[in-house]
Design a protein around this ligand. Sequence first.
Ligand code: GDP
Ligand code: IMO
Ligand code: MG
Length: 409
Amino acid sequence: MNIVVMGAQWGDEGKGKIVDYLAADSGVIVRFSGGANAGHTIVIGSERYALHLVPSGILYPDKTVILGTGMVIDPEALFLELSGLEGKGIDWKGRVLISDRAHLVLPSHRRIDKELDAARKKPIGTTGRGIGVAYGMKSHRDGIRVADMDDPERLVNLEASDRDFVEAWRDRILPMKVDLVTYLRHRRNTYVLFEGAQGALLDLDTGSYPFVSSGMSCSAGAAAQGGVGPRRIDRVLGVFKAYTTRVGNGPFPTEFADNSPGSLQAYIRDTGNEYGVTTGRPRRVGYLDLVALRYACAANSIDRLVLTHLDVYDELAEFETCVAYRLRGKLVDDFPASIRDLEESTPVLRRFRGWKAPISACRSWEELPREAKEYVQFIEEFTETPVSMVSVGSDRNQTIVRESPWARG
Ligand code: GDP
Ligand code: IMO
Ligand code: MG
């Protein structure tokens, strides 16, 4: 069985936590997109792990994790991360494989990424990890893949410092390479988790372009770039927060205007620890945007939702959620392509009563307060998509499973 776990908002929905949780029942975990722009957090007791390139199944000693074809990989960042894991007692050797068709991020990509964004009149606010440039070179057909690292002819057009970089990392990267398609073809009966990075609204095609990342963070990314075709995907899980966050620039219709100390934005940011894992930037915060979530479900054939951060609302007497946009005096039900329309859209909000009780110790649907269940049920009706898991805290075990995603049907 093959399950895709993807972000259904603008990233940081808690994908790492959910992939880690589900990985217990899978054999192989394949990350299908993005690079070291991602930051996926896993919390187990007092230990916190921040992963950027390494797939989130790595913490189980018996799982194989694979950096897929759709990723752009900076070998220096990868080995920094691997040595950090080693320092925490994680034995990764022989369990971390890299698709031989994945592309590399080179030092010049990082430099150009920062220069380009600084030169933009309206910067995207990239992570500066060279991501857009590496994907650009790939599309331009000037990229360097893992399989090219020991082919001198593929390296001739590189500037000297990039060539030196490839040669310096070659002997450590090449022993990890794998033909991903063949690997998965030989493991048809293995349960595979495909881990997305970023989210539906940061996807190059379906996101809020140009304020997006450059990879395929959509579910189709798993099929195109995860080593299998679309008919081998059995389930698409869309992870989303009880509210919305965004890091970097770009339109965000439900963003709270007030960012002052004591504001709701500051409260949620502090309670939910909403600071970027990769850059440390404070995340922008707003109410849940159901127009955007319904769009993400449709664009990705998400067939089950996973709600995270519900506990962050524990103290609120009431809260709201966006059920439509108002654009130049008209009501809009669908997520617009035009960036100007999105910027000028204001949310039509529906009010909910809070539960005013701690829910982080709940382990079953029945234990959740009535008001929390009503919120979840409204989301299911609006998006026409069942919520099969609810996360009530950052820890691995603070997870409620209503229906196992591995169950067929
Ligand atoms: P990812 O990029 O989608 O993997 O998400 P990040 O790791 O960037 O951000 C999610 C943050 O929320 C991390 O600090 C997680 O430890 C934390 N987290 C995940 N799920 C929950 C939850 O249900 N409740 C709370 N309070 N925190 C959560
Ligand atoms: P995870 O996997 C949140 C954002 C950046 C910027 C835009 C483009 O942790 O959810 P890039 O460096 O990719 O060219 O930046 O995309 N961005 C993310 N935001 N979570 C992420 O990953 C992100 N990866 C990129 O902040 O706005
Ligand atoms: Mg993140």
